[in-house]
Design a binder for this molecule. Structure first.
Ligand code: HEM
Length: 341
């Protein structure tokens, strides 16, 4: 596996889309269309990203904070002595906030039922995507009959290069905005509470100075690197387009690069400048970063209002299998906490 590592090299590769192209289709076991605009290069990328960008802008997302707070307050208000965080707090918060951002609260319980990964993995380890295919088909069929002003309704009528988007392009955009902010934000919220359970002096500092929560979240995005690597087609190495040679951009290695981050294995509340690539870099950088940061901020603020302390229960299932970085949790399958109000 070719992996580009380190902050400088990853930035350079992310900029050079002619050499390292995003023109590919991942997850071929579970989908037969591209996630858009992630899996195209300019000029298509530029035009497709512009269709989604207004929904995720900092200003637009900031306006939704009161609604996000209501969701967090309601969820956290229902917890008492113990709670499983990944599903009951993080995933619930994420899907309910997406319901607000997309203007589709009627779909929230279906999105929740898919779990943190969008794809459903069976006991034999095989991933399935048919539930998502069914959902996307039914949703866009319905929108053809009854046009709406929500995100998918607007996408259904959007123009691209002077024509309507194809069905598969619509599926690819809807799929990406449903998938991109699930396991990543689950990891961010769970990882933040995991760290504060392990490091009580940070818990006390943030409880006394909640205005420092956004900087803490930024540091947790760096440390956790919830999307550790993404692939590109190496156009110089590829001779047969049917057999692309892939290269991986390692965002986690950039975020652990001692040349740019002092003591990168430590989580610091006072890091100051934090030039991490947790949200990627360049034209494909994360469109949902303001949404992710706001979801995590509101959750932590509301959490601190209710709980003074919490501890990790042994029933938790946390994985540490990131090659070279085994001190970083790679996945929170479940995070069970004992709570003190
Ligand atoms: C902590 C949470 C998140 C992390 C760490 C994260 C990370 C990333 C990274 C590293 C990329 C760049 C991929 C590449 O260069 O190939 C990316 C792209 C993207 N993310 Fe996120 N993401 C997060 C949350 C979200 C959310 C909440 C959404 C939306 C609901 C979202 C939607 C997207 C989309 C649509 C792209 C593709 C952008 C493009 O190709 O122009 N992400 N994300």
């Amino acid at each position: 596996m070719n992996i580009i590592k380190g902050s400088k090299a990853v930035r350079e590769a992310a900029r050079d889309y002619e050499r390292y192209s995003s023109n590919l289709q991942g997850d071929q076991d579970v989908r037969d269309y591209k996630q858009l605009p992630l899996e195209v290069d300019p000029p298509d990328h530029t035009e497709m990203r512009a269709l989604l960008a207004p929904w995720f802008s900092k200003e637009n997302v900031a306006k939704l904070e009161p609604e996000f707070r209501k969701i967090a307050k309601h969820l956290i208000g229902s917890f008492n002595n113990e709670v499983e965080i990944t599903h009951e707090l993080a995933l619930q918060m994420i899907v309910q906030c997406l319901g607000v951002v997309f203007g589709r609260p009627q779909d929230v319980s279906e999105w929740f039922s898919w779990g943190p990964d969008t794809w459903i993995t069976d006991e034999a380890g095989i991933r399935h995507g048919d539930h998502l295919d069914r959902y996307l088909k039914a949703t866009f069929d319905e929108l053809d009959e009854n046009p709406t002003e929500d995100l998918f309704g607007v996408l259904n009528r959007a123009e691209f290069s002077g024509r309507a988007l194809t069905r598969k392009e619509k599926y690819g955009m809807a799929n990406l905005v449903l998938a991109g902010g699930r396991d990543t934000v689950v990891k961010l919220i769970s990882g933040s509470l995991w760290h504060l359970a392990n490091t009580k002096e940070h818990l006390q500092t943030l409880k006394n100075q909640p205005e420092r929560i956004p900087e803490f979240i930024n540091e947790m995005v760096r440390f956790l690197s919830p999307l550790p690597m993404m692939h590109r087609v190496d156009t110089e190495q590829t001779t047969n387009p049917d057999e692309p040679i892939y290269t991986w951009l390692s965002f986690v290695s950039a975020n652990q690069d001692k040349e740019v981050i002092k003591d990168p294995e430590q989580i610091k509340l006072d890091r100051g400048a934090n030039p991490h690539l947790g949200f990627g870099y360049g034209r494909h950088s994360c469109i949902g970063m303001h949404l992710a940061q706001l979801e995590a901020k509101v959750v932590l603020e509301e959490w601190f209002l209710k709980f003074t302390d919490w501890d990790i229960l042994p029933t938790s299932e946390i994985f540490f299998d990131l090659e070279d970085y085994v001190y970083i949790p790679s996945r929170f399958h479940r995070l069970d906490l004992a709570l003190t109000s």
